[in-house]
Design a protein around this ligand. Structure first.
Ligand SMILES: [Fe+2]
Length: 149
């Protein structure tokens, strides 16, 4: 029989798995905000800043849910580099097209990780609501990334 503690531990694992990917993508969006160049620079530069802020807000929500369940949220740089499943953002200048494609791909990856946990029936409803809220925003942002290309 599955205990309440085991269910909380599963939810913590789900949230931590998503947290590292969202935190990494927030850093990549900020980096792209700084390094993007070229046609349509200004709207892309501004959108990347908004995207980073949206993702950071979600890291806070995910991390505080972990803490609320009795876990220890971990988004330190070492943990992010070990556990995130995103492609790395290239060093240096990015064209607007490269930046938008990278964000499209990263957002899709985050949505897939969260959706995989959402399909797990052992994830509690409140945690699932957090993940669904994240998916909603991430899929909307993915549409914005694609629509600008
Ligand atoms: Fe800025």
């Amino acid at each position: 029989m599955t205990t309440a503690t085991q269910l909380d531990n599963l939810a913590i694992a789900a949230l931590q798995d998503v947290l590292v990917n969202v935190a990494e993508l927030a850093s990549q969006a900020q980096q792209a905000h700084w390094n993007v160049r070229g046609a349509a620079f200004l709207p892309v530069h501004r959108w990347l800043d908004e995207l980073a802020q949206t993702l950071r807000a979600h890291t806070d929500t995910l991390a505080e849910r972990i803490a609320g369940l009795g876990g220890w949220p971990d988004a330190c740089s070492e943990t992010l580099s070990e556990r995130n499943t995103l492609e790395s953002l290239p060093f240096g200048a990015l064209t607007t097209g490269q930046a938008l494609t990278a964000m499209d791909t990263g957002l899709g990856r985050v949505a897939a990780v969260a959706a995989a946990w959402l399909r797990n029936p052992a994830v509690d409803q409140v945690t699932a609501d957090h993940l669904a809220s994240l998916c909603r925003d991430v899929q909307n942002q993915q549409w914005l990334a694609r629509a600008q290309q």
